[in-house]
Design a protein around this ligand. Sequence first.
Ligand SMILES: [Zn+2]
Length: 259
Amino acid sequence: MKLIDNWKQAWKLKSVQVGALSAFFYALILFSEQFLSVWEVVPQELKNKIPENVAEWVGMFVGVAMVLARLKKQPELHTGVNQFVAITAGHSNTDPGAVNGNAKEADLVTNFRNAVAFYLRESGLQVKTDGTGTKNDPLSAAVKLIKGSSVAVEFHMNAAASKQANGIETIALPKDKKLAQDLSKAVADAFGSRLRGDNGWIDQSKSARGRLAFVSNGGLIVELGFISNPIELKKFNDKYWIAAKALAKVLIDYEKALK
Ligand SMILES: [Zn+2]
């Protein structure tokens, strides 16, 4: 109660009113859309306290705000459900995934994600990622990006007890078999690696990892070789930009075919 009484006292001070009004107009310009919803919940009692000449100005600004808000909404009118490609890196900044010496799976696939996103954006596609730079958001954030995307791809690296284990594979639902095979082939050709599974496709139900949330939600997981295999790790480090470019080309062609 005391707080409210003090606030009422403060409101009567001219300086506070002027301060509040300028903050009000500043906010209006910055957040025209948000302002409208705020203005709607301002109690009529408070609105009545605004001097009439000021109220007229406010009325005018509300009109301007409505126009601004509508203009801001405009691009969304052209945004269908299938307007972006989601490209995400496996694991996260706190979960390194598989590790071989200094090499961490999460870091390598984050670099790969950035390279693929670069080529996709260069071709004019809209791209959403689970972070930029070294940022690698967790799986929950990556899964959220699948909804509304025309295609969603996440990158991982395999690991096995045997240093000889090798090859490229893409885990996907049967509906994405062809795309999965094309993605795997692009990467395998760039690295000079072999394809695993059915010509590079691993059916989610046949994956050793069981049901993967990213794939169950409609995404594809590309395993970019074995981090546990020193030869494949070196190939990755030497040529990942080339592989990323080849993989991006597959996605660009896939998007073109959708139109
Ligand atoms: Zn992984």
